[in-house]
Design a protein around this ligand. Structure first.
Ligand code: PLP
Length: 494
């Protein structure tokens, strides 16, 4: 009986036209027959001779298929009695059936992501558009001196040592750590030796490392409100709790109520608050350093774009003021060079260096040592500082063109730019009644990318209305026409 069912099944499905040889076809069909229960568990297969006759094919073809099924465990030979279908699947099926009956209806048809995963996806902030007027925070990548880079890269690739092609030791390429320590001491008054510098794949990875190595799920972190959406989402994904602390003209401004719940982390962008742009006052810096020292909190300093400062004095890092090893300083090459490079750095208190290097090796297995070597040469030979100097002038011109474009369309008491002393973006402040999210949507339809300021806030009651405009990657000649398109949209909502 089984021989007949089986030969019918095979005859129906064997394909003379197929490029797959007959022996493979017979094997695959028999396997399907077992998985689909055409052949029951413990069912006896016909002898190879019998099946070959039924199908009108050579016995060797059938023997090949049987041997393959035997090797993979679909069938087993029982001495003297023949070949039988093995009992493999039923337990799994049973288990799945049980799990399905235990699950709530919501789970059966519901979300497949963890709660953290669902939250992360729901509040995703990364823009689908990464280039064009006025995508925030993007440098002019077309100005990157790729010919110089190419030459240095070719040199690095000449006869590379095996150690340059294996995994990176956690800290990264030593010459780059040295070049960075020199640069950071000089440009940002960061107090460090090269051993304290750990190379990462950018600030996102640096934050992730800090949270995993120094925080546990449920620990509290203070975030600036408004703040960088990436920091908030990384926190959500790591299971930490956060308290959104407001900022004023002097930066983070915790009140007595905030101070009561001591956080494990305080996330700050003191040199150029993101996105509003103010600089944290010295008094506020000293207050937070003292509080962190007293309560053993970690201050995580995001110094993402302070290389580009156009007015006012260059502001030293908060890390440089810290005498109690409570500050972890983070920087990135995403603004100074280009975001796709995915290189950043952490400057750590000495006691944290070893565990962070181990953490990096265990969690992320660093690599890209030849890219790091190229960057080290780029810095050592002065190209990095020269590029920053040149781009600072380019961005200063673009900032001024954007400010002129704004002033030509709106009186300052109605619409004005703020946070323009540094960086690659400004905030275009709008009257409180404006729906900045609706404006951003309408602008997108008109081909202009901007971010509504209200989206950076956690507490919508304190949210200012405005648009975050990046000007770094917008050619001089494009700024006025692009802003005019945006201004037409804004006027509809004023
Ligand atoms: C405030 C701030 N921090 C961090 C980052 C991201 O840095 P990275 O590209 O190194 O992950 C950005 C990027 O726009 C930013 O604006």
């Amino acid at each position: 009986m089984l021989t007949l069912i089986l030969s019918d099944y095979l005859l129906q499905h064997l394909d003379e036209e197929s490029k797959i040889p007959y022996n493979r076809q017979v094997y695959q069909l028999l396997r399907n027959a077992i998985l689909e229960h055409v052949l029951p568990v413990n069912g006896k297969l016909p002898s190879s001779r019998e099946l070959a006759t039924e199908l009108g094919i050579s016995r060797n073809t059938v023997l090949y298929a049987y041997e393959q099924l035997l090797a993979e465990g679909y069938v087993e030979g029982r001495s003297g009695s023949g070949t039988f279908v093995t009992d493999t699947a039923p337990h799994l099926v049973e288990l799945e059936r049980k799990q399905a009956s235990d699950a709530t209806p919501a789970e059966q048809g519901g979300p497949i992501l963890s709660q953290r995963g669902q939250q992360l996806v729901k509040s995703a902030g990364a823009s689908p558009q990464q280039w064009g007027a006025f995508v925030p925070g993007v440098p002019d990548v077309t100005e990157f001196p790729y010919r110089i880079w190419n030459r240095l890269q070719n040199k690095a690739w000449k006869n590379p040592a095996p150690s340059a092609l294996t995994y990176a030791r956690g800290g990264g390429h030593m010459a780059l750590r040295e070049a960075l320590a020199d640069h950071l001491k000089l440009a940002r008054a960061v107090d460090c030796v090269p051993e304290q510098v750990v190379i990462t794949a950018g600030i996102h990875q640096s934050i992730d490392l800090c949270m995993r190595l120094l925080g546990d799920p449920g620990d509290l972190a203070w975030l600036e409100d408004p703040c960088y959406w990436g920091t908030r989402n990384l926190l959500r994904a790591s299971g930490l709790n956060f308290r959104a602390v407001p900022v004023d003209a002097e930066g983070l401004c915790p009140d007595a109520e905030d101070f009561k719940a001591v956080p494990r982390f305080i996330f700050l962008s003191p040199s150029h608050q993101y996105p509003l742009g103010m600089v944290m006052s010295l008094a506020r810096r000293r207050l937070l350093l003292e509080y962190a020292k007293h309560h053993q909190c970690w201050i995580v300093e995001d110094d993402y774009d302070s290389e580009f400062r156009y007015s006012g004095r260059t502001i030293a890092s908060l890390q440089g003021l810290d005498t109690s090893d409570r500050v972890l300083y983070m920087g990135t090459f995403s603004k100074t060079l280009f975001p796709g490079l995915r290189l950043g750095y952490l400057v750590l208190p000495l006691a944290l260096v070893k565990p962070f290097i181990v953490g990096m090796e265990e969690l992320h297995r660093g690599g890209n040592l030849l890219v790091q070597a190229t960057l080290a040469a780029f810095m050592e030979q002065g190209f990095f500082t020269a590029h920053i100097r040149r781009m600072r002038a380019v961005y200063a011109t673009r900032l001024s063109l954007l400010q002129q474009a704004v002033a030509s369309r709106f009186p300052p008491e109605l619409v004005t730019t703020t946070g323009s002393d540094a960086g690659l973006h400004v905030v275009l402040q709008l009257p409180a009644h404006c729906d900045d999210a609706a404006i951003a949507n309408a602008a997108e339809q008109a081909g202009i990318a901007v971010r509504p300021l209200s989206r950076y806030y956690h507490d919508h009651d304190r949210s200012l209305k405005g648009l975050v405009l990046g000007y770094g990657g917008v050619e001089d000649a494009r700024i006025k026409p692009a802003f005019d398109i945006l201004a037409d949209v804004i006027e509809r909502y004023l």
